[in-house]
Design a protein around this ligand. Structure first.
Ligand code: SAM
Ligand code: SF4
Ligand code: SF4
Length: 335
């Protein structure tokens, strides 16, 4: 069964948040003032177990999912993540298995992830200079260690490695061109992301967003680029190639040019709720029916019913009113 939602969108991608914890405190995601010492993260027993995650993934594959991404929070904070990667890699129909990480862990993990069956690595990095990057990660983490992680991932064949950079006005916009030059030379794909109003804790203001158009124009003025076709329906990044043939980059215009019309992504939060939009207010628990003995058929019916009812298009409707609504945090739902 391959259900379509109310806007005729199929279900292709699944993002699984494996933990709501993180060792960084990026100001746009988990600001220290909110995620401080007293912050109550989910207790371990509330998290889906690896068996439950793998079961959920199998059911989603039956509904059309072929791409699975592990995220969080910081996915590598979840102990023995490699075991989960191995379980997911074994599921027939999972053609693409990727992870999004801040790249702050010992490099040996890259090989174990690769051996477990991981296919691709996305690494978040917001600047090449330590003062800016440290200001954004807010835990004094240095750039070089993340760059080492990027290189080691490419060497391990987890490529193309994608680098996610959130651009925030007045904070790291000066890093756009240095990042473009650097990763073009290295042969990795830089993806510049408009700062989004996810969650309720980052104090988002429209004035802090550097629009995709401005990002594109700034790069184009120095390194001419031209648009490329999307790889597939629902791809979030607008793809560009350098006119001199030296590589490609992506710009994610989630705020200024929403792409809800093709959004084929479902998300599972760390405690096993299904969310059909990054900006959703509520999710549907899969964990509770799983733990009370629901059969695979019953769960598939539940998932299909949620998808068929889906009418989310938050970014297209984004307005002062919708911005006021309470939203779940990105670290919980999975970025
Ligand atoms: N901890 C991992 C990491 O940082 O790569 C995975 C989870 S993180 C929530 C996933 C992605 O969401 C990262 O690339 C991060 O930069 C991005 N992100 C977080 N908050 C954002 C925001 N307010 N606007 C745009 N992107 C954001
Ligand atoms: Fe952690 Fe990733 Fe959020 Fe930064 S963006 S606080 S690394 S979850
Ligand atoms: Fe998809 Fe929701 Fe983002 Fe629109 S706002 S692209 S529906 S996740």
């Amino acid at each position: 069964m391959q259900p379509l939602d109310t806007l005729n969108r199929p279900l292709h991608d699944l993002r699984i948040s494996v933990t709501d914890r993180c060792n960084f405190r990026c100001t746009y995601c988990m600001p220290k003032e909110v995620f401080g010492r007293d912050y109550q993260f989910l207790p371990h027993e509330d998290l889906l177990s690896f068996e439950e995650i793998a079961r959920a993934a199998r059911l989603f594959v039956a509904l059309g999912v072929s791409k699975v991404r592990l995220t969080g929070g910081e996915p590598l904070m979840r102990r023995e993540l490699e075991i989960l990667v191995e379980m997911l890699a074994e599921i027939p129909g999972v053609d693409d298995l990727a992870i999004t990480t801040n790249g702050s862990f010992p490099l040996r993990r890259i090989q174990t992830l690769k051996e477990a069956g991981l296919k691709r690595m996305s690494v978040s990095l917001d600047a090449l200079d330590d003062p800016t990057f440290k200001r954004m990660n807010d835990v004094d983490f240095p750039v070089q260690q993340v760059l080492d992680w990027v290189e080691a991932s490419a060497e391990a064949g987890l490529s193309p490695v994608k680098i996610n950079m959130v651009v925030k006005r007045g904070v790291n916009e000066h890093a756009i061109l240095p990042m473009a030059h650097f990763f073009r030379e290295k042969g990795h794909i830089l993806r510049l992301i408009e700062y989004m109003d996810v969650g309720s804790s980052n104090g988002w203001r429209l004035d802090d967003v550097v629009s995709a158009r401005e990002i594109r124009d700034r790069i184009h003025a120095e390194l001419p680029i031209e648009p490329l076709e999307a790889n597939y329906r629902g791809e979030v990044a607008n793809r560009y190639r350098y006119v001199d043939g030296s590589g490609e980059l992506g710009i994610i215009a989630s705020v200024s040019q929403p792409f809800c019309g093709d959004c084929s992504r479902a998300r599972i939060s760390a405690d096993g709720k299904l969310y059909t939009c990054l900006f959703a207010i509520a999710g549907t628990s899969l964990r509770d029916p799983m733990r009370s003995g629901a059969s695979d058929e019953e769960l598939i019916e539940l998932l299909a019913a949620v998808w068929q009812k889906r009418e989310d298009r938050y970014s297209e409707l984004r307005s002062a009113q919708t911005r006021e609504l309470p939203k779940v945090e990105m670290s919980y739902i999975g970025g």
